[in-house]
Design a protein around this ligand. Structure first.
Ligand SMILES: *Cc1c(COP(=O)(O)O)cnc(C)c1O
Length: 451
């Protein structure tokens, strides 16, 4: 009688010993689990009429499983899409100063919540507040996990159980299911709509104010534009109305743009400085959009309002970690030092002259020969900022030796994300660190040159 193929399978111990002999590195429990998985699948294959795999084959199978488990799930990519703030690719790349500060504070202990002078307990809010006050002109400031948290905390702390008046044109979805009316419900503030989708005037806000109104709110239409027959209430007018009627004005400007986008031929983006100067009581914005720092939500505004938000139980749930605080502080320092355009990658990319991009694109094309050429194109700011704005750029177009989807897929396998437009693969070096140009060339060369 032939021996059962199941009996030919090596034992778990035998496979684990073999893996140790081959120096496959993983915790004992992980090796054991993966070996059991591999053997269970081998038994299932035998049950389906297959042969018993050899010890060598099983060990190879488990080694591949160990490698798959150990692969870093998050890995660096080269963004050649030309979208500067690409939310799917992690938004703002950080300045070297920010990275160094984050590493330094992560390595050991810090004065995160410790007053060095008195030796007593301090607060994590005191680190960023002076810098945020300086760059925005606000009385007080705090930072939370992201701008979505900032909106939730502001509404919960300042308007729960009361009404918040918002223009019908600003009942927006920011993306990823973050819808202002839903967040409003979560905060237990009651939304009162004012005006119409395309036109909302100061009088519409005034008519919507009642005895239960806590605040007027403005939400920047970050990622879309309503054009044509439109009108919106100016912020300073809303501030005057809010003061006269004894309610607050909350301004969610989305991107934390601290510099003037018009200097680069882009439409003006709201800045926290302007909102504070116009009289908004609380201004909310992201740390990782045009500010160019780590993920964070920044809240600046009047002293007693910031204090109320800091005391609210949600503040603890959405607090920012020490590495992000250090990275943000270092990024804000670059604005205070007046070197943001040169040092903050997002602004360096916005400010990069077309001639410089043309020169780099030319070098890529020269390395690729007939397989590529340089054409005119546009780079986008992205990240829910300036949706209809773009910057002139020069693109590398790859010759269509295969379908665009195939080429772009092969580039992604080399960690380069390109753009597909009209069936062509395009690379925009504006969003590529110049130090990575060589890697872009290598990735392209490997697939456009017929072997
Ligand atoms: C991007 C954005 C948000 C959400 O900010 P995150 O930092 O991504 O949480 C909220 N409001 C507006 C207007 C935005 O543009």
């Amino acid at each position: 009688m032939p021996r059962s193929p199941y009996r030919a399978l090596p034992s778990v111990d035998r496979v684990c010993a073999e893996l140790r002999a081959r120096s496959v590195d993983a915790a004992d429990s992980v090796l054991l689990d993966l070996t059991r998985e591999a053997l269970a699948e081998a038994r299932a294959r035998i049950g389906a009429g297959g042969e018993a795999p050899t010890l060598d084959a099983i060990a190879g199978d488990v080694t591949a499983r160990v490698d798959a488990v150990r692969l870093p799930p998050l890995r660096p990519l080269i963004n050649a899409t030309g979208v500067i703030l690409h939310t799917n690719l992690g938004r703002a790349p950080l300045a070297g100063e920010a990275i160094a500060a984050m590493a330094a504070v992560s390595r050991g202990y810090s004065n995160l919540e410790f007053d060095i002078t008195s030796g007593r307990r301090g607060t994590r809010h005191s680190t960023l507040a002076p810098l945020l006050r300086r760059v925005t002109g606000a009385e007080a400031a705090m930072a939370v996990n992201n701008n979505a948290s900032a909106v939730l905390l502001a509404l919960a702390a300042l308007a729960a159980g009361r009404e918040v008046v918002l223009s019908r044109g600003e009942l927006v979805e920011i993306g990823g299911g973050f819808r202002i009316p839903d967040v409003m419900r979560q905060s237990r503030a009651r939304l009162v709509e004012a005006g119409t989708t395309n036109r909302t005037r100061i009088e519409d806000f005034e008519a919507a104010i009642g005895p239960r109104t806590a605040a007027l709110m403005r939400v920047h239409a970050s990622n879309f534009r309503i054009t044509g027959f439109t009108e919106s209430a100016p912020l300073d007018g809303l501030a005057t109305l809010a003061r006269r009627r004894g309610v607050l004005l909350i301004d969610d400007i989305g991107s934390g743009c601290l510099l003037d986008t018009a200097a680069y031929g882009l439409a003006p983006e709201p800045t926290p400085q302007r909102s504070v100067a116009a009289g908004a009581d609380v201004v909310l914005f992201s740390g990782d959009k045009l500010l160019g720092g780590p993920q964070a939500g920044l809240i600046v505004g009047r002293n007693e309002l910031i204090a109320r938000m800091q005391r609210h139980p949600l503040a603890r749930a959405v607090r920012l970690d020490k590495a992000s605080i250090a990275g943000l502080a270092a990024t804000l320092r670059l604005y205070i030092d007046g070197v943001a355009e040169q040092r903050v990658p997002v602004w360096r990319m916005i400010a990069m002259p077309v001639a410089e991009i043309e020169r780099r694109a030319g070098a890529v094309v020269a390395a690729l020969g007939a397989a590529a050429q340089v054409v005119d194109g546009r780079s986008m700011v992205g990240g829910g900022s300036l949706p209809e704005e773009s910057l002139p750029t020069r693109l590398v177009v790859l010759a269509p030796v295969r379908s665009a989807a195939t080429l772009a897929g092969r580039l992604r396998a080399s960690d380069v994300v390109a753009r597909i437009e009209d069936g062509r693969v395009l690379l925009d070096l504006r969003t590529v660190d110049p130090l990575d140009d060589g890697r872009v060339i290598d990735a392209c060369a490997a697939l456009v040159r017929p072997q």
